[in-house]
Design a protein around this ligand. Structure first.
Ligand code: FES
Ligand SMILES: [Fe+2]
Length: 391
């Protein structure tokens, strides 16, 4: 793999980490270069804890889902013991991408090329004719050495977190600073109540841009009046505060005026231990590299990114409510529909903007830009995380 400084000159990267008033943002190459993206895939995704999906999207034994992250094929499977396992999605024989469609697998994961088959634990259990016609095992080949390669994983708030290179600290330790931050208004015992909604619980957006734009845009509330005039009518810039996690693993913003305004007399049930004097707090935190979380007294969402390549990203929104009734009963259906629409409209407004930023990065005169020293701190925090972890 080539050295980062062969692609981007050192001064351009160094200036990102200066104090905000003297800093520039990430240089254009971080958004436009395919060669840079290969380095980024290793350093910012494979070496870190990242999101690859949500557990509730694989409810049954044998449910399987392929996901590709910047070209790397990965497979999620729910096993007979109900646990979700994550594997590299490649056959150990001749290297075919093993599973290409989501669905339920009845018995074994069978490679379509020569029918080598793996159980849901990833063990190679069938190798037809490997020793010649009708000889399915041979002393010259030890099946157990060709099992699927499992990836370290951990489920948190329904998110399937993975650390592909198995080199990061435990997830519990990694997430502790954010988890501790939320304890005073969203304690762990309340987090266990989240239920994914089956009807209005998901949407997907295509963004013709680099995945980082979604994260950096999410970090700031500076753009509210111009990009989200509807939202801004009741939740203004001045009602927001910055969040910059230390150690640097997350950033975002919070509001102090959260107050859902939906038609109808119903209201969503709230988390039982969310304190009354913090009812109007909601926090929007990007956990680097690829998930944006939203927590409120009455719902939670995870908006996770599937980066396809340096200039195309799939955005997956997963919405959760407090308890099964709020998430799935008829009684709250209209509210769920309204909330789903509200978030989809807002996220579409953001996608329009971030796609334009991708085009802007093809301008030779753009030098990473300048930050507002007051409004852009969480975005700068993210850019510093990128640079610190690349080098
Ligand atoms: S490549 Fe999978 S069985 Fe041959
Ligand atoms: Fe926005």
């Amino acid at each position: 793999m080539s050295d980062i400084y062969n692609i981007i000159n050192k001064e351009k990267l160094d200036i990102v980490s200066k104090p905000i008033k003297d800093a520039h943002g990430l240089p254009n190459e971080c958004y436009t270069s395919k060669e840079y993206t290969l380095i980024e895939r290793k350093k910012l995704f494979e070496d870190k804890w990242m999101v690859i999906g949500v557990a509730s999207s694989l409810p049954n034994v044998g449910d399987a889902k392929p996901v590709d992250i910047l070209g790397m094929p990965i497979l999620l499977v729910r096993g007979k013991d109900k646990k979700i396992r994550v594997f590299h999605n490649v056959c150990s024989h001749r290297g075919l991408k093993l599973v290409t469609k989501s669905g339920n697998i009845k018995n074994v994961i069978r490679c379509p090329y020569h029918s080598w088959s793996y159980n849901f634990d990833g063990e190679l259990v069938a190798t037809p004719h490997i020793g010649g016609m009708n000889i399915h095992q041979t002393k010259d080949f030890e099946r157990s050495k060709s099992n699927l390669k499992e990836i370290r994983s951990y489920i948190w708030l329904d998110l399937i977190m993975i650390n592909i290179n198995n080199n990061e600290m435990s997830f519990e330790e990694y997430i502790k600073p954010l988890s501790d931050r939320w304890e005073e208004f969203w304690p762990i015992k309340d987090r266990e109540l989240i239920n994914h909604s089956n009807d209005f619980g998901y949407f997907k957006l295509n963004a013709n841009c680099n995945w980082k734009f979604a994260i950096e845009n999410y970090c700031e509330s500076y753009h509210l009046p111009w990009v989200h005039p509807g939202l801004n009518s009741y939740s203004k810039i001045e009602d927001h505060y910055h969040i910059q996690g230390l150690p640097n693993r997350f950033a975002g913003q919070g509001t102090v005026v959260y107050n859902p305004r939906f038609e109808g007399k119903e209201k969503f049930p709230c988390f039982p231990n969310w304190p009354k004097n913090k009812e109007n707090i909601a926090e929007y935190v990007a956990l680097f590299p690829n998930v944006m979380l939203g927590i409120h007294k009455d719902h939670y969402y995870a908006y996770w990114l599937e980066p396809i390549n340096n200039e195309f990203t799939l955005e997956h929104m997963e919405l959760y409510y407090v308890g099964e009734e709020a998430a799935n009963s008829k009684k709250f259906e209209s509210l769920r529909k309204q909330n789903h629409k509200q978030w989809e409209d807002i996220q579409k407004e953001d996608v329009d903007i971030i796609q334009g930023m991708q085009i802007g990065r093809n301008s030779p005169v753009y030098n990473g830009g300048n930050f507002s020293p007051v409004m852009d701190n969480p975005t700068h925090h993210f850019h510093k995380w990128v640079v610190q972890n690349l080098i």
